[in-house]
Ligand binder design. Structure first.
Ligand SMILES: *Cc1c(COP(=O)(O)O)cnc(C)c1O
Length: 458
């Protein structure tokens, strides 16, 4: 036993090998060598033969390579959910990426007025485009929609009451709960109605001298069906005007175009919300808008101006990269090219016939374990909950089970994320760039058909 331990090479010996393979900082190399040696000792203690120098050095090399790999990595989303918070939500358009790259590389006029040669405002860069794309009098971008809601409530309702329907006092995901945000803002929540039914009278009866606002919240991640009632926005707008309180509309996804044109259930648009009488309409930049993470506040001029002057505008401000990407994204809507330019809409516009051959190629790469099935792509991001876009998926079975296969595909480089449904692994081509099709087929082939060659022939 002890002689086996003595056979394990020294840190010096492992370092000697590592030095031949690139130049790692000494402290990191020593650390990796020690870790690899500790693992070798553990293996010996468990009854194995001592690994040789080459094996331990290779282990140390792997440790160093993993260390150097960025923590945030690109991956292939074959899950069939277009907007997933866990996967970074909306991929950006080429135009947005180019704008970000340019703003990142150089100095910019972020807060510099080029006409006057004097200090300017970062908020100026988004106002005009937000006005054009939503019909709002004015608009402001902050860190995200949660920040937008927090800020609106703090500026206009702190120490006062905000009326919310019980059916809308929801948790959106990632522990984001409307009642919690209200409490954090210093506003007092007044819940009205019931989970499934709330009427205009419920709101009307709750209005007091303490009421600052009525808050409407898009339910986003669930549906209430059957015996339900919810007032039209216009009815609430009339009530709010009559009593001189604000009507705030948290739209969540912030859609700027008609989703029905893509064959998906109608999603309320920002323009509809504002035209319907909301004083302020809030939405995310990285959901259906298809832009960078940010929260947009649009609506009445004097309200937005008051927010811009508030100290929170400084604390929650967006950086130059987000502004660059947001402007480029909004420009696509102004130009009417969002269907071609913005990945979210490009994916939704793909025809089922275009997807079938791609799903088939993946199914064939799996050999006997694969077939194509009809399925649904989900929008995600809180839009059109419960409905999807018809698609074709590759459905794969593996002897070791669908969860094993899902795990093995996550180890591909780049990782591939799929979903398990009824014991099968489903891969949806709608959310995968065509340039990644070959990578997916190869990974499937290696895992299920015993080699890359089988995959690339299909
Ligand atoms: C997603 C969502 C939010 C949170 O938006 P973030 O941009 O993630 O902060 C708030 N409200 C609703 C209704 C949502 O759907």
């Amino acid at each position: 036993m002890s002689s086996t331990f003595r056979a394990i090479p020294s840190v010096e010996a492992v370092l000697g090998e590592l030095r031949g393979n690139g130049s790692w900082p000494h402290a990191l190399a020593v650390d990796a060598a020690r870790t690899a040696i500790t693992r070798a000792r553990e293996a010996v203690a468990a009854g194995s033969d001592a690994p040789d120098l080459a094996t331990i050095s290779a282990e140390a090399e792997t440790i160093l390579t993993e260390l150097a790999r960025p923590s945030l990595r690109r991956l292939v989303n074959a899950s069939g959910v277009i907007l997933q918070t866990n996967l970074g939500r909306a991929p950006l358009s080429e135009r947005a990426m180019a704008a970000m790259g340019e703003a990142a590389r150089d100095y910019t006029n972020l807060e510099f007025d080029l006409d006057e040669g004097a200090r300017g405002s970062r908020h100026e860069h988004v106002r005009d485009l937000l006005r054009r794309t939503t019909g709002a009098e004015d608009g402001l971008a902050v860190n995200n929609n949660a920040a937008a809601l927090l800020m609106v409530l703090q500026v206009f309702a702190r120490g006062r009451e905000v009326i919310v329907s019980r059916g809308e006092a929801v948790e959106i995901g990632g522990r984001f709960r409307i009642p919690d945000v209200l409490r954090e803002s210093g506003a007092r929540l007044v819940e009205v109605g019931t989970t499934n039914r709330t009427y205009v009278e419920d709101y009307a009866n709750a209005i007091t001298g303490e009421t600052a606002a009525i808050l409407r919240v898009h339910r986003s991640n669930f549906q209430v069906t059957g015996f339900t009632a919810r007032p039209e926005l216009g009815e609430l707008a009339a009530l709010a005007r009559e009593h001189d309180v604000l009507l705030l509309d948290d739209l969540g996804s912030g859609c700027l175009v008609e989703t029905a044109d893509y064959g998906v259930e109608h999603e309320p648009t920002v323009r509809e919300s504002l035209a319907g009488g909301a004083d302020l309409t809030l939405f995310s930049g990285d959901k259906l808008l298809g832009g960078p993470q940010c929260g947009l506040i649009t609506g009445r001029g004097e309200l937005v101006a008051a927010m811009r002057r508030h100290p929170l505008a400084r604390a929650l401000r967006v950086d130059k990269l987000a502004i660059a990407a947001l402007n480029a994204t909004l420009m696509a809507y102004v130009a009417g090219t969002e269907r071609e330019e913005i990945p979210v809409w490009r994916m939704l516009a793909l025809k089922r016939e275009q997807l079938e051959p791609r799903a088939r190629a993946w199914a064939e790469a799996a050999g006997d374990g694969g077939r194509v099935v009809e399925s649904q792509t989900m929008i995600g991001g809180g839009a059109a909950p419960g409905t999807g876009q018809p698609t074709w998926c590759a459905a794969l079975r593996a002897e070791r089970g669908a969860e094993w296969l899902a795990g093995a595909l996550r180890e591909a480089d780049p990782p591939i994320v799929a979903r398990v449904e009824a014991g099968e692994l489903l891969l949806d081509p709608r959310t995968v760039a065509e340039s990644d099709d070959e990578h997916v087929a190869t990974a499937i082939g290696v895992l299920l058909a015993g080699g890359a060659s089988g995959a690339s022939q299909s």
